[in-house]
Ligand binder design. Structure first.
Ligand SMILES: O=c1[nH]c(=O)c2nc[nH]c2[nH]1
Length: 452
């Protein structure tokens, strides 16, 4: 007979911190978190004293027990709702130009190199490893237009063990000769990519972690015909969709000149079957109220990319307004518009952006942590799977040590769990990440310094 203990693969004992609502972070002290053989959270017990530990373990053997010590705590993994894998090649460079000029000068030449799949594999290995090391357990990736390189990205993500949406980018107009497709090849390769991921997923022995996502780069780079065909593909395969929206004033002006039949930029996507409850729209900096209302009506989510919006001088998105309208919002690093694949940095930039916009209504710590975890999960439509520690969800998590070797954080005697956690959020980095888990399994990150 199968006992509870025999279904358990790992148990954590110590401090667990997660978001239970946008207003509340729960600090579970002396918590026991049981993970089952499928990587799901089987049970959580709170306030278990040392004396009660043996009984509370219910027969689970001690070699499955991870005792958290001192300044260690376990938090849900971060969700990066918008990141460009190929752009890691120039991450940290090229912030002197606004969006459209930045695309022409830095981005398109860098992405054209992904016609070479060996280059793609080398670069993608670094890109994904750096994202994971920063605690991103789930990511919405953009690849490039190149089918073979897209497959490489899927392989790399599978090998490294991240949960991900991966998009083959579509571009059939207003793009340079060295980075453009025909309508036919764009649709054909997108279908081939979807079939490839489905095939890879059919051969693995656990619940798949990688999902294809329909990825028209933005309306400027796709004809109306291509957008419509992509909308149909998303419907046929019931896939998520991602694109860019209202990032920059020149982008909006250009878009409206290309799609005069649509009432606004947001409507361009809606009119082509690309705005629904599986859609992730990045940026949304310059949205009219009726555009936000349309996003809400369609049930789409917004990826807030504050770091990128500062770097490319795009503007500041009004997250408070989005939240007041009960629109789903998560954080995006938007590498390489954003200069780092760190969601901790995205969280900090989001706070600064909200203060710059309106000090009175700026985002508070509980809200920021929510956006980085549960908010991102909702944007990806994964709120029943990840985001916080609820029984039945999959265990995607970071084991944080606020005073690890080389920690950028100093913890003093007077610090509490709350103040240590907040210090980690605002001062910490990947040196505080001792272990990363996806679907209950510890992720082995290539190139990461060996950790305790
Ligand atoms: O920040 C951005 N990065 C991109 O690569 C891109 N493409 C279209 N619009 C974009 N915005």
């Amino acid at each position: 007979m199968q006992t509870f203990a025999s279904t358990i693969s790992k148990v954590f004992y110590g401090t667990l911190i997660h978001s239970v609502s946008i207003k509340e972070i729960e600090y579970i002290l002396q918590g026991l978190l049981f993970i089952d053989n499928k990587g799901k959270i089987a049970k959580i017990v709170k306030n278990v004293s040392q004396d009660q530990l043996d009984a509370a373990l219910e027969g689970v053997s001690s070699d499955k027990l991870v005792r958290l010590t001192g300044d260690q705590f376990v938090i849900p993994g971060f969700v990066d709702t918008h990141i460009h894998a190929p752009q890691y090649a120039f991450c940290g460079n090229g912030h002197d130009l606004p969006l459209l000029e930045w695309l022409d000068t830095y981005t398109f030449p860098a992405e054209s190199r992904f016609a070479d799949k060996d280059y793609a594999r080398r670069l993608y290995n670094k890109s994904v490893a750096r994202s994971l090391r920063n605690g991103t357990t789930s990511a919405c990736w953009y690849a490039t237009i190149h089918l073979e390189a897209c497959k490489e990205l899927v392989q790399v993500i599978q090998d490294q063990g991240q949960r991900a949406y991966v998009g083959k980018v579509n571009m059939n107009q207003n793009s340079p000769d060295f980075l453009i497709e025909t309508t036919e090849s764009s649709v054909r390769d997108t279908r081939a990519f979807i079939e490839y991921v489905n095939d890879v997923n059919s051969k693995i022995d656990h619940k798949p972690l990688v999902t294809p996502i329909i990825t028209p780069r933005f309306a400027i780079s796709c004809t109306s015909d291509l957008l419509s065909q992509l909308g149909k593909l998303a419907e046929e395969y019931q896939l998520p969709i991602q694109s860019h929206l209202c990032e920059n004033m020149n982008e909006i002006g250009f878009t409206m000149s290309l799609f005069p039949e649509s009432v606004n930029y947001t409507a361009v996507y809606a009119d082509h079957g690309l705005l629904n409850d599986r859609t992730v729209m990045a940026h949304c900096v310059h949205m009219k109220d009726e555009e936000l209302d349309l996003v809400k009506e369609k049930g789409a989510g917004i990826s807030h990319c504050a770091n990128s919006n500062f770097n490319l001088k795009s503007g500041i998105a009004n997250v408070r307004k989005m939240l007041n309208k009960e629109i789903k919002v998560g954080l995006g690093t938007d590498v390489a518009g954003g200069y780092t694949p760190s969601i901790l940095e995205a969280l900090r930039a989001s706070r600064t952006a909200s203060v710059a916009l309106d000090m009175e209504t700026s985002l508070v710590v509980a809200e920021l942590f929510y956006l980085a975890t549960v908010g991102g999960a909702r944007v990806m439509g994964l709120e029943d799977t990840i985001g916080n520690f609820e029984v039945g969800k999959e265990f995607d998590a970071i084991l944080v040590n606020a005073s690890s070797d080389n920690s950028p954080v100093d913890i003093h005697d007077h610090d509490t769990v709350e103040t240590s956690f907040e210090k980690y959020l605002f001062v910490g980095d990947d040196r505080n990440h001792e272990k990363i888990f996806v679907q209950g399994k510890e992720v082995r990150i290539p190139g990461a310094a060996s950790r305790k």
